[in-house]
Ligand binder design. Structure first.
Ligand code: NAD
Ligand code: 89Y
Length: 340
């Protein structure tokens, strides 16, 4: 049984804690938050009495195998470096870092410690998205030559996560990062990026619309489009809709979690809706299910001694797409990912 300590008991952490409760082979033994009231509330809700306001004190006092970092990006580097120096495996929430250099430093620190680092990049673990990834990887539609990954919503994410309204950067760094990662999982790594952004909602600081054109190393193309300014019915939050053309067929993940695969003149439709766990709530159940899947994957990766699919090293490539998209949008030019 692996023992973990969770750092950051805010808005999203209860999903991690519910998910850890479902996963055999790992248990959260201690909690940390510098905000005493959030710490106490999480301790009460999950029956955990080893509570710390200081993360270093927690890892020094407890016999832990790993930490699960559920704080926002600016605190990741000191927490990851501290945990690596104490010889712990690490799961860290997205966005892993706001600067590529910080991300590279964290990857190097954990590598030097000989431990495993997984970024909690969970959207590719949503069951509907996973069904798409597996269908494409199985060769059902042949080699994919076009992917559209689309996330358009008017859902109010600011009431639960007020910091999202306050940053210079918003949708690419917070949400687009997931959609870019899905495009990478389906189409492979990316050579160059061209993007436009705009801000529609006057109450927030950063961009809430982004359209990103990517040329993959294979020479094939993806369009990633994201918006939190789209007022439409049905509201599809938090679904990523996908359309993929392959050399021998096409595939669509449509609103309402419907997977449509066409090839050889035949059309197959399949419901790929997420499970609604007893602790989950619509419409978040899609994301909540993926938290269980990615944490399970972390435990399996440790057991098998293999790198997690969204290791720190892998995530550097997704973060590079975020950087490339912002640079492209601000300078009005195409950005080569290997220039970053
Ligand atoms: P939050 O601000 O509600 O919670 C973060 C908590 O961390 C706060 O309670 C804060 O006091 C605590 N904290 C910060 N620094 C600390 C430190 N050094 N030591 C101890 N405690 C510290 O944030 P949130 O909305 O829960 O988001 C956390 C992260 O999860 C963000 O990076 C966000 O992008 C991510 N997130 C991911 C998903 C997903 O689907 N993967 C969904 C929502 C949020
Ligand atoms: O923070 C974001 C995430 O990772 O998934 C959805 C979200 O909560 C709001 O955009």
């Amino acid at each position: 049984m692996l023992s973990g300590g969770l750092i950051g008991c805010g808005f999203f952490a209860s999903n991690h804690l519910h998910a850890w409760n479902m996963i055999p082979g790992a248990q959260i033994k201690a909690l940390c938050d510098r905000d005493g009231s959030k710490l106490a509330a999480a301790g009460d809700a999950f029956g955990i009495d080893r509570l710390y306001k200081d993360a270093k004190e927690m890892v020094e006092q407890e016999q832990l195998d790993f930490v699960d970092i559920v704080t926002t990006a600016p605190t990741h580097r000191p927490l990851v470096e501290m945990a690596a120096s104490q010889g712990l495996h690490i799961v860290c929430q997205k966005p892993f870092a706001t600067e590529l250099d910080d991300a590279r430093a964290m990857v190097a620190a954990v590598k030097a410690a000989g431990k495993t680092l997984m970024v909690h990049e969970n959207f590719r673990w949503q069951s509907a998205v996973r069904a798409v990834i597996e269908t494409v990887r199985s060769g059902r539609i042949g080699t994919p030559f076009f992917c559209r990954a689309s996330f358009r919503s008017g859902y109010d994410v600011f009431s639960g996560q007020p910091y999202l309204a306050e940053g210079e950067r918003f949708i690419i760094e917070d949400l687009g990062i997931h959609v870019l990662d899905i495009a990478r999982a389906i189409m492979g790594d990316v050579q160059r990026v061209a993007a436009t952004t705009c801000k529609i909602n006057p109450k927030i600081k950063g961009e809430d619309v982004a359209t990103i054109l990517m040329t993959h190393q294979s020479g094939m193309t993806s369009v990633v489009d994201c918006s939190y300014a789209t007022q439409r019915t049905p509201e599809t939050f938090p679904e990523t809709l996908l359309e993929i053309d392959g050399e021998t067929g096409t595939l669509r993940l449509e609103a309402g979690y419907r997977l449509v695969v066409q090839n050889g003149g035949r059309t197959e439709q399949r419901a790929v809706a997420p499970e609604l766990y007893d602790w989950a709530e619509r419409p978040w159940h899609n994301i909540q299910e993926s938290v269980v899947a990615i944490q399970q994957h972390f435990v399996e990766s440790l057991a098998s001694g293999t790198a997690p699919e969204t290791s720190g090293e892998d995530n550097l490539k997704t973060l590079a797409l975020v950087e490339a998209a912002y640079l492209s949008a601000s300078e009005g030019r195409t950005v080569e990912t290997d220039s970053l």
